[in-house]
Design a protein around this ligand. Structure first.
Ligand code: HEM
Length: 204
């Protein structure tokens, strides 16, 4: 690592993020194909029965990958300071070029909120998915299956709003961010501008 680059994600975190993203896309595409009965998409997966098997196991991969995010991101995301609330008050500076945005730690307040939304909706979607999956084995859980379908759909709605926004913010809206997902590193100048408190705390 050259002197003016700092590490923001470990190799494991980079790999885990790709697993999370790829499994999410497999789940979204197959999930939409179930919802709207898209025959052609179904045939790409080898028919609807096989697509169901792939969807279920992609869900397991997604759930495990989400679990691995907890150790690093949960403690960081639960720490809200006055600067985080001030960041939210200024909408992160996204609505005005003149807004003075308070310095942020390793993740800004928007990223912390985003993580918590993904984590909570991810837990709900995984748990409800397991109930729907196990349905044939337990005939008496029909009411749970109905509630689970509702929860599965609500949590997906949350993700389908949050994740495309995340993809836009992590690429086009903030040039230089995407390299974290590939190399795990960012230029020190980039980090100072966006995560001044983190740079100071880590002594980069
Ligand atoms: C393929 C499109 C995606 C791109 C380009 C992308 C990009 C990124 C980047 C660059 C970061 C690091 C940000 C930083 O440390 O400052 C990040 C973090 C993160 N990503 Fe993604 N991501 C994608 C898909 C996803 C998906 C599908 C999920 C969840 C299912 C997800 C969940 C997260 C979470 C929870 C974080 C940590 C919080 C944050 O930094 O915002 N990402 N992503």
């Amino acid at each position: 690592m050259s002197n003016d680059m700092v590490k923001k994600a470990s190799s494991f975190e980079i790999l885990n993020h790709w697993v999370l993203a790829v499994s999410f896309f497999v789940l979204t595409i197959s999930g939409y194909a179930f919802l709207f009965h898209l025959e052609q998409v179904g045939s790409v997966f080898g028919g609807f029965n096989q697509m169901k098997v792939i969807h279920n196991w992609a869900g397991v991969v997604f759930g495990v990958s989400l679990f691995f995010t907890i150790f690093h991101y949960l403690p960081v995301s639960l720490k809200f300071t006055a600067d985080d609330f001030a960041w939210i008050g200024k909408a992160g500076g996204y609505l005005s070029k003149k807004a003075a945005v308070p310095p942020q730690d390793e993740l800004n307040a928007g990223q912390k909120l985003y993580y918590l939304v993904v984590l909570i909706s991810g837990i709900v979607i995984s748990a409800s998915g397991i109930v729907i999956w196990l349905r044939p084995m337990a005939a008496d859980i029909n009411r749970w299956v109905l509630i689970s379908h509702l929860l599965h759909n609500i949590s997906f709605d949350l993700m389908v709003i949050a994740i495309p926004a995340h993809m836009y913010l992590a690429t086009l809206a903030n040039p230089g961010t995407f390299r974290i997902m590939v190399y795990g590193t960012v230029p020190l100048a980039w980090a100072k501008k966006r995560h001044a408190k983190w740079v100071q705390r880590m002594g980069f």
